[in-house]
Design a protein around this ligand. Structure first.
Ligand code: AMP
Length: 429
C-alpha cells in the first residue's frame, strides 16, 4: 500500500515510523513532513488548507496512494475527509460533522449536557451578551474561573483566570478585542476543577470503538507545571495514577456513552476520539474532545502498541474494524520535548541541531522530529517544539534515565526542555 500522512510534527513522525514497520506498507509520502520524516518517507511541500484540498486529491491520484492519514485538527474540521470521500479516496479521520467535537466547544458542551456526560459546569455567552457575561464574572466570588473561546485557537483559547480582573480581561480578549478571531465570538465561562489530567484516545470506525492505553501530557513550559501553556512539553504512558477502576469509570461514564450518543445523533465518528479527562475528587470529567491523535501523547502510545497500526487505520477508514481490542506492551514509555528559544511566546528557527547522529531511526531512545528542516545539509530548528526524545524501560525510572541521558547529547542554541517529565510516575513505583 502507498500511504500519505498529512502534517509536520512529532506526532506525524511517530505515526510514519509505526506505519513504516507494517509489512503492508510500500511507499510513504508526507505533506509537508520535516527533516526526520524525510529519512523514512518522501516529503512534499504543499499547503494543506481547505483551498488546496483539490491539489491533495490530485497528488493521491497521481501517486496511487491507497490511504491518507490526517495528523492535525484543522484540515479535519475544514472537511478534508468529506472532500476525499466524495472523490473516492480513502482517508483516516472524522468527517466535518464529527470533527465539530473539537471544532466547537459550544457544540460539545451541548452534546455532553444533552447526553448526561460529566463535564465542568459552565455558561455560554454570545458576543452580543458581553455585558451580561461581565456582570456574571463580577458576581462570582470563587476563582480561578476558566474562560474558553469557542473554536480552534491553536491551543491558546483556554484561559485559567486566577482572579476577577484576569477573567474580565480574558472575556474582553475573546468578545471585544477579537484576539482569537472567529474562534472567540462565543465563550464558555466554566468552573475550575482541581485534580489531575489523563488523555484517553480511542480508535473508531463509526460503529465500534476501541480505547488505547492512557497517557499523560505536560502542558506548561516549566518544571512543576509553572509558566505558560504550550502544545505539550512531554508525556508518558501508562499512567499509574489511573488505576483499573478509574480507567473503567472513564470508559463507562464518558467515552462509551459519548460514542453511543454520537451514533444516536447521526454522527458517524471514524478516526481517533481523544478524551481530555480531569479526575477531580475521584470522579472523571470530560474537559475536551479532540478529533485526532494527540501530540506528544502519540509518541508514547504508539511505541507500546503491539499490533500493526496500518490495517487498523485502513479498517477504520473503511468503517469495518475487524478486531475487538489492541495489544499493549507492558513497558513504560517517556517522551521529553526540546523546544526552541522563546517558546511558547515565540520560536526561533535556523539554529543547527547537533548530536542527532548518535540516534538511529529505530533505536531506543528514538528521536521524533517536530519543528526541524534541512538547510545546507544540516538539520536546523524550524518552530517552537523542535523534537521529542522517546525511550522505553521496564520501569519509569529506567525510561527516564535513558531519555534524559539521550537528550543531553542533543544541542542547539536556546534549547529548553523540562526535567520533571514522568517524575511523578517514577515516584509512584
Ligand atoms: P481544553 O482545551 O478544554 O482541554 O483546556 C486546556 C487545558 O486547560 C486543559 O488541559 C486543562 O489543563 C485546563 N482546563 C480546561 N478546563 C478546565 C477546568 N474546567 N478546570 C481546570 N482546568 C481546566
Amino acid at each position: 500500500m502507498n500511504i500519505l500522512v498529512i502534517g509536520s510534527g512529532g506526532r506525524e513522525h511517530c505515526l510514519i515510523w509505526k506505519i513504516s514497520k507494517s509489512p503492508l506498507a510500500d511507499k510513504i509520502y508526507a505533506v509537508p513532513g520535516n527533516a526526520g520524516i524525510a529519512g523514512i518517507a518522501e516529503c512534499i511541500n504543499m499547503d494543506v488548507s481547505r483551498n488546496n484540498f483539490h491539489e491533495l486529491v490530485k497528488l493521491v491520484k497521481n501517486k496511487g496512494i491507497d490511504l491518507t492519514v490526517v495528523g492535525p485538527e484543522a484540515p479535519l474540521v475544514d472537511g478534508i475527509v468529506d472532500y476525499f470521500n466524495e472523490r473516492g479516496c480513502k482517508i483516516f479521520g472524522p468527517d466535518k460533522k464529527a470533527a465539530a467535537i473539537e471544532g466547537s466547544k459550544v457544540f460539545t458542551r451541548g452534546f455532553l449536557k444533552r447526553n448526561n456526560i460529566p463535564t465542568p459546569e459552565g455558561i455560554v455567552f454570545e458576543r452580543a451578551e458581553y455585558d451580561r457575561a461581565a456582570e456574571f464574572i463580577k458576581s462570582r466570588n470563587e476563582f480561578p474561573l476558566v474562560i474558553k473561546a469557542d473554536g480552534l485557537a491553536a491551543g491558546k483559547g483556554v484561559i485559567i483566570a486566577g482572579d476577577r480582573e484576569q477573567a474580565l480581561e480574558a472575556l474582553k480578549d475573546c468578545l471585544v478585542k477579537d484576539k482569537f478571531g472567529v474562534s472567540g465570538s462565543r465563550v464558555i465561562v466554566e468552573e475550575f476543577l482541581d485534580g489531575y489530567e489523563v488523555s484517553v484516545l480511542s480508535i473508531c470506525d463509526g460503529k465500534k470503538i476501541i480505547p488505547m492505553a492512557p497517557a499523560q501530557d505536560y502542558k506548561r513550559i516549566f518544571d512543576n507545571d509553572r509558566g505558560k501553556n504550550t502544545g505539550g512539553m512531554g508525556s508518558y504512558s501508562p499512567v499509574p495514577a489511573v488505576d483499573d477502576k478509574t480507567y473503567r469509570q472513564i470508559l463507562d461514564e464518558i467515552v462509551f456513552p459519548s460514542f453511543e450518543a454520537m451514533i444516536k445523533e447521526g454522527i458517524r465518528y471514524r478516526g481517533v476520539l481523544y478524551a481530555g479527562i480531569m479526575i477531580s475528587k475521584g470522579k472523571p470529567y470530560l474537559l475536551e474532545y479532540n478529533c485526532r491523535f494527540g501530540d506528544p501523547e502519540t509518541q508514547v502510545i504508539l511505541p507500546r502498541l503491539e499490533d500493526d497500526l496500518l490495517p487498523v487505520l485502513l479498517e477504520c477508514a473503511e468503517g469495518n474494524l475487524k478486531r475487538e481490542e489492541l495489544g499493549w506492551d507492558k513497558d513504560k514509555c517517556v517522551c521529553v520535548v526540546a523546544a526552541s528559544e522563546g517558546y511558547p511566546e515565540s520560536s526561533s528557527s535556523g539554529d543547527i541541531i547537533k548530536g542527532l547522529d548518535d540516534f538511529e531511526n529505530d533505536s531506543d531512545p528514538i528521536v521524533f522530529h517536530a519543528g526541524t528542516k534541512m538547510e545546507n545539509s544540516n538539520v536546523v530548528t524550524n518552530g517552537g517544539r523542535v523534537l521529542g526524545v522517546v525511550s522505553r524501560g521496564e520501569t519509569f525510572k529506567e525510561a527516564r534515565k535513558k531519555v534524559y541521558r539521550a537528550i543531553e547529547k542533543i544541542k542547539f542554541r536556546g534549547m529548553q526542555y523540562r526535567k520533571d517529565i514522568a517524575l511523578r510516575a517514577e515516584r509512584s513505583e
